[in-house]
Design a protein around this ligand. Structure first.
Ligand code: AMP
Ligand code: GLY
Length: 441
């Protein structure tokens, strides 16, 4: 069968790469894709938000299954448009995508269905928002209601920072209309975890959890980004924690969406803070994460095409019974970004060393923001590459990923040097050293 992946980031490259390995797949198309997806798929010059053109392409080409990477087309109703034409697609309808597209909707939904999350208030008036902040005796997080590419969230340590965040979002309108309303919520402490579940009807199949690194710089300093690195599995997941997440978060979310007449089909992503009081939802997304998908696809051994077809055809029970197969080896992904990201950055810088990195064993360099220019591969985004490696243990996976990073170079390249470090330190405390591998990364 022919499959179509919509999007142009590292997540979509990883999906194309994995789908191509499926014996069921005859051809993979990617719209619009990047220089990396061109290695695995046929790139189509249609942007992710050009829904009518995508529908026409899928119909003409006889695409049997479409998978949507980013949130924007989902929020615009790509699934409704495909389904109206009888085309199979993996993702939620526009009404269900509200869970990600509006933080106000998501928080009120969680309140209604008793899903654990940080206490919060909603404001559409900056003066009232500031008065509220003055009365708080704990740090807060200020969030633009609408979509802002993962950047519309400002985590504050002081009242002054919170007041400035209100000005930035509501008065200066740094995120445009997305900041017309804001959520102000209690800042939670703990470890973050990204949990993904395939959802179809009442069936929920969890993927392996992943930890993401959102802040731009080492030791979690700097502004929040879409994600600077990720790894899976994580030392904080335990069978009890995963059961608790399923029971107190995923099941009520799926039931709540059905009850609200917005039944959810697709991939539900719960961004969690694991606190001493238990897991709390920071946000819901309605898609796979980027860069979380990259380590997940390195580890997934189940046929991805069969799995996604099961979601689209309401046949997921079969996988709920058998479970999914995973490579037990950990995977670590390091994002190489353009200087300036998540603010303004330059594009069009030549990338060197990709071939050398590709020769390393158990390493895959996924492309996030790249394109071809005069026979060269050049930078074309804030996040440029997602260098991902498997290893016998987390330390070894990290060592391999950074070895591949060392092969690669472009002007203005920056990356975090501490991806997975906290988890490695935690494992050191839990396990005898030989299980961690060599002690020097
Ligand atoms: P969100 O898009 O809502 O997940 O927020 C992006 C990032 O901001 C999260 O991944 C966290 O790192 C951080 N964040 C969001 N909400 C909170 C909170 N209530 N407490 C602490 N950190 C938060
Ligand atoms: N890595 C976070 C996201 O995809 O939203």
């Amino acid at each position: 069968m022919k499959v179509l992946v919509v999007g142009k980031g590292g997540r979509e490259h990883a999906l194309c790469w994995k789908l191509r390995q499926s014996p069921r797949v005859q051809a993979v198309y990617c719209a619009p894709g990047n220089a990396g997806t061109a290695l695995e798929a046929i790139n189509i010059e249609i942007e992710a938000h050009e829904i009518d053109r995508l529908v026409r392409f899928a119909r003409q080409e006889g695409i049997a299954l479409t998978v949507v990477g980013p949130e924007e087309p989902l929020a615009l109703g790509i699934v409704d448009a495909f389904e109206k034409e009888g085309l199979r697609i993996v993702g939620p309808t526009k009404a269900a995508a509200e869970l990600e597209a509006s933080k106000v909707f998501a928080k009120e939904f969680m309140r209604q269905f008793d899903i654990p999350t940080a206490e919060f208030r909603v404001f559409d008036d900056p003066d009232l928002a500031k008065k509220y902040i003055e009365t708080r005796d704990h740090p807060v997080v200020v969030k633009a209601d609408g979509l802002a590419g993962g950047k519309g969230v400002i985590v504050c340590s002081t009242k002054e920072e919170a007041l400035a965040a209100v000005d930035k979002i509501m008065v200066e309108q740094a995120f445009g209309l997305a900041g017309r309303r804001i959520v102000i919520e209690r800042r939670l402490e703990g470890q973050e975890l990204s949990v993904f579940a395939l959802v179809s009807g009442r069936t929920i199949v969890m993927l392996e959890p992943v930890q993401d690194h959102k802040p731009a710089f080492d030791e979690d300093r700097g502004p929040n980004t879409g994600g600077m690195g990720a790894f899976s599995p994580t030392p904080i997941e335990t069978p009890e924690l995963m059961r608790e997440i399923q029971r107190s978060i995923l099941v009520p979310a799926v039931h709540g969406m059905r009850y609200s007449r917005r039944p959810f089909r697709g991939i539900l992503y719960a961004g969690l803070m694991v606190t001493p009081q238990g897991p709390r939802v920071l946000e819901f997304n309605v898609r796979l994460g980027d860069p979380e998908t990259q380590p997940l696809m390195m580890r997934l051994q189940t046929d991805l095409c069969a799995l996604l077809e099961a979601v689209a055809y309401d046949k997921l029970e079969a996988f709920a019974d058998t479970g999914l197969q995973w490579d037990p080896r950990p995977a670590v992904c390091v994002v190489l970004a353009s200087e300036g990201y998540p603010g303004p950055y330059q594009k069009g810088r030549t990338i060197f060393g990709l071939e050398r990195a590709a020769q390393l064993p158990d390493v895959k360099v996924f492309h996030s923001g790249t394109r071809f220019s005069d026979g060269r591969i050049v930078t074309d985004g804030g996040r440029v590459l997602a260098v991902t490696a498997l290893g016998e243990n987390l330390l070894e996976a990290k060592r391999r990923a950074y070895e591949a990073v060392k092969c690669i170079e472009f002007a203005g390249m920056f990356y975090r040097r501490d991806i997975a470090d906290r988890a490695i330190r935690r494992l050191r405390l839990q396990q005898p050293p030989r299980e961690l591998g060599p002690q020097t990364p």
